[in-house]
Each structure stands twice: as C-alpha cells, then as structure tokens.
Design a protein around this ligand. Sequence first.
Ligand SMILES: [Zn+2]
Length: 699
Amino acid sequence: MRRQRPTLIAVSTLIAITLTTAAPTPANAAPPDQVTALTAHQADGYTTLAWQPVDGATDYQIERTPVDANGTPTGAPTIVGIWRPNRQINQQAPTFADAGYNPGDTFQWRVRARNGTTEQPYSDPVTATTTAPWGNPTTPGEQLRTGWETTHAAQYTSDTDEYAYTAAIDALSDRVRVVELGRTVQNRPINMMVIGHPTPATTPEAVAATAPVAINCNVHGNEPGDREACLIMARQLAFSTDPRITDLLSHTTVLIVPTINGDGRANNTRGNSTGQDLNRDYSLIRQPETTAYIKMVRDYRPVAGYDGHEFGNSRAGDLPMLPPRHQNVAQPIFDQSQDMIEGHMYAKGAEAGWWACPYGCEGGGNVGLSEETILRNTLGLKNVTNSLLELRSSGGQTRPDEGNTANNRRRKTYSALWTFHQFLDYHRADRADILKARSEAIESQAGNTGRLVFRGSRPIPAHPAPHPGDSPPPLDAPPADLILDNPPCAYKLTDAQYNGARTDGPGGVGTTVAQRIAAHGWNVITIGDDHYVPLNQPERGLIPLLLDGKGVEKLTDGERVYPTLTGRRNGPLAVTGFTCADDATINGPVTVRAGAALVTTATTISGPLTATGAAGVLLADSTINGPARIATTDTISIIDATIAGPVDLSGNTTGTDAPVLAGTTIRGPLNCTGNDPTPTNLGITNTVHGPRTTQCAAL
Ligand SMILES: [Zn+2]
C-alpha cells in the first residue's frame, strides 16, 4: 500500500470513524506503511523477494526464518538483507536476491519498510521451499556434486576434486570435452571445458566458427567464489534437458576455464607460485598460466568473455562489473561491452534482486584502470566483448547475516552463477550485434588510423540514477606524454630483440619475444635479420603497448617504421625490402619481389598485384583494381579490401599463422590451393562474386 499524504490520512481517518458504526474496517486491510504483495521466486541458490514499494520508505529489512514442512519455525528469525535505494535502477519494483542458505531448505520470509530508523509493520509472511542443488541425485551425471557443495560451503573444491569432477562430466556427457591448455609453474593442469550441443566442435578452428564465449573463473587464487559457480554451471550445461540450455549450446560453444591459477588456489594466494599477479600479465605473458590463456584466445577466438574475481569493499554492490576501458580498445567493443553490462545486467539484476553496478561504485577506490596487462583490457584489445566481475567478498551492512562464512560463500557463488547464465543469455540474444561489433573493431584496428594511447581509460558513467551518493569509477585519462598522434606503420625488431633470451619469466627464464608474439597470434614479417610487426592487424591497439619505447609495461623498444609510399605514383612498381604504403594511389602494376614485403592501408593500386616468394603481403582498407596473385609467400593478411579479381592464393606456407582473408569483396573468382595452413576469415565473411575453390569455399 502506498503511504498517503497526511491531509489525506486525516480525511480517510475521518471517513473511517464516520463509517465505523455502520461497517467495520475489514480485518485484512493492511495498515499504512506495511509492505504488501510480497512474493518469493525460487532460483538456483537464491530467492527473489519482490513487493509493493511503500511511499517514503528509506529502506527495507528482509527477514528469514527457517521452518519445517508445516511452516512451524525451527529457528530464530534473522534479518538477512537490507534493501537500499541504491541497489537497482528501477525503484518502483523493489527486489532482493536472498542467498546464503542451504539450498533445498524451507523458509518463511517477511519484509518491512523503515522510515529512517522507524520500523513499519512486517508484511504478511511468505513460506516456500528453496531450490535444491541442481541435478537429480539418482541420475548419472546430474548426481555429481563439487566438494564445495558436499561440504555445504564449508570447504572450497580442491584441485584434485576439480580434476575428478570435470573428468566425470567429460566422461558422462557428450556435450563436454575437457582439454588441457597448459600447466602451471608447479605443473598443475590448466583445464578448459569445451561445451556444445549435441557435441562440441572438434577443433579450435571449428569451435571458433561457433562464435564461442569464454569464462575465466579463477585467476586470483584467494578469490574462489566464481570458480564454484563455474563448476556448478558446467554440470547444468552438460546434463540439463531444459530447452533454454540446449538452445544456448546449439548456437555457440561455452569455454569454461575453472582454474587458470591452480597453484595460487591450492595455496590460497592472489598470485601464482612465483608471486606474480597473473591479472597483471596477460599482455606480457611472462608466466605459463597467462600464456596458456592467451594461446586459447588466439586459437578458439571467443567473441565474448567474463573474468571472475572477488572484491573487498563491503559497501559496493553484489556484482561490480567493468568493460575494457583502455582507449586503444575499438569503440564498438567498448560500446558492446557497456551494452552487456548496463543494458542487460543492470536491468536483469533489478528483476532478480542482484545489485550489479560499475566496479568502483560506492567509493570503490582506485581500481579498474587501463592497464593492458589486465585480462579485461587485453581481451578488449583482442576485440572481445567482455566484462570483469567482482563478487563482494564480505556481506557488509546490506547482508547482515553473512558473518556466517558458509552463507557468505553461498551468496557469492550463486550470484556469480546468475551472472554467468545471464552472460550466456545475452550472447544468445545479442549474438548478431556482438559479431558486428567484432567485425567493425577488427576492420577499424587493421585500418591503423587514429592516435595510439599507451595508458589511459575511457570514462565509465556512475550507476544510473536514482543512486544517492554514488560516484563513477575513477578515471585515468591518458597524459600527453603517453599519446602518439602519428601511428607508425610497423615496429622493426632486431634479431637480438626478437629471438634473444629473456629473464622475465619464472625462475628467471623467460620465453622470447618471438614466442610471445606468436602466442598473441600477430603476423611478423622477417627480412634478413630484421623482424617487422605491422600495425594493420586486428590487435593494432595492443602491439605498440608491447613494442614501442613509450610502452609502460613493454617487452622491448622496437623501431617505429613509417610509410615510405604515400600520395600518387604512376608506372610499374617493384617492391623491394619492407615497403609500407599509406593513403597512396599507385597507378600501375605492383610486383612484390622475392623476400620483400608490402604493407598497405588506405591505398589504391590500379593494376595487378603479384607476389611470389615474398616475405609478406598485408593489405587493409585498400583497393586493387585488377587481379591479385600471391604465391609461396610467408605472411598474408587481407582485411577490409576490395579486389577486382580474380584472386589466387596458392602454395603459401605461413607457419603458425594462417593466411587471413577477411571482410573483403572480390569481384571475380577466388582460387585457394595448397596453402598451409588453410586460410581463415577470422569470423568475418568475405563477398566473392565468382566461384571459390576448396580451401576458400567457406570464407
Ligand atoms: Zn581478483
């Protein structure tokens, strides 16, 4: 019932008094300021309580009482939640996700409003049995439980329990394949569950074609709440017959990495066994754990991701989130990530009762900045729509019952489980937009236009109004000395820089720059003893952060190489050495000589392009008004180009990096034969007006 204005109360009271002798007030009429219409909706590990708001209420208290099957209390009532107006974006339909109980038990809930410290009457009670842990205890597969579940959240699932549990899911479900991505410093396996319906695609390239999603569950070993959610969700995805689940898994592949930091988890430390914070290493990949994850991103090409953490600010929301903010992240990826967080998670959180907010909300401190070493930013720079998730590690004033350790852990884990399911739903509903953002991002990155920023974030708005006292996450705008307005075409590395021994890994033995660049999946052109990393590539925003002298956390000081070919040029052109064309118009045939390389952006070539035995041909945002023939060349990338055709890619051996032909229009036939590996389109389809041969038939 709405609280009435004092004058109206006076009038209604007068009427009530006048009518008392004739008609008594109905016994079931709620007093003013009593919460009404309380409902309790059950979900996995939590209960959504919803009620009619009371005008003038400053907050609400949520009371929970354990009861038996007859509804008789078996324990004391406890205030388990405080709803405050900063919880959700829709104040007219208050909801609260109550978690922190043993799933399957039966409870009675009541809710009351408070005006300041003045408590109003409790609502009528609602009694319900909560949802038991997912999976029929007698059905094979479904009956599996994690160590955390069987100990009623008294213990986290151990490393050996995790391996046994994931192996059992793998053995019992056709939908799941467990692959080992690598090993930790202490030789623990880093496993990934590859989940699809009816079976997951069999190779990384085939998985990539399904626009997969990736959840990184536990990078900080002492933040284990998300990992337990991942393990429970894996069981649901593996065995559920819910049409929603089978539909989700029929339209993508879910990649779950429960524990990238197995050593840190086993020892309950933030860093790995060397003390390295792995979430400050995803760009540098000094450690085997981060290297394994980045190689996975290269090979499986997830289009969207979540990265699970816990955070110690007890005043912040249940679920602080944050998109990739680094200013080198392509705008469409930033926008899509914000759409996922603000457009989906905030709205769905207000329905389910979970308090999603920007990481850094409620005085969250100097967190969530632009370091490209953080997975959130690394993934954004790899054109992956993604978010950080920070489970609030302690209950705080809004969850006063969570001095109980098990209850606190349950709230964290089941709020993460909710988030990850919502993430899958978002991908299912917005897949086309996610893929469009990715395509636009890759094309704009490969175009190599605009300034480069070495450190600096985009601003993030505060949680939308009404949110009293809320402030936006801190902003680390780029300082002038970390901005490069005129981007180079490429970085040139000496052989010592590229292949030289390093000491920045575990035990003082690091992998080479060449190995790390290969793990990132960047194209490199080698001419003699020089190694060129062109910027007209999909990860253009990340390359300078590692290879430019201005890089704050860089691998080496590469030499900036600027274009030598610009403006108009008439007559045949024979390319020798490393030649870079930008904003050029070349009227005449172009031949890339054996051992030479051509890199173009915003360039038009009028005449055939021929390269035989070349070191590399990388074209982006360019036009060839004639045929193109590229054979026995070491490095090939054609992105967002228009070629009159025919195009012939034959007999190219490009090592670990497949020839790229993406987002390109060919007004003629496309012939691809004898290339090793087979060309890829990075998930961006080409338009080919003529016939295509086998290796390029699906591009
Ligand atoms: Zn963390």
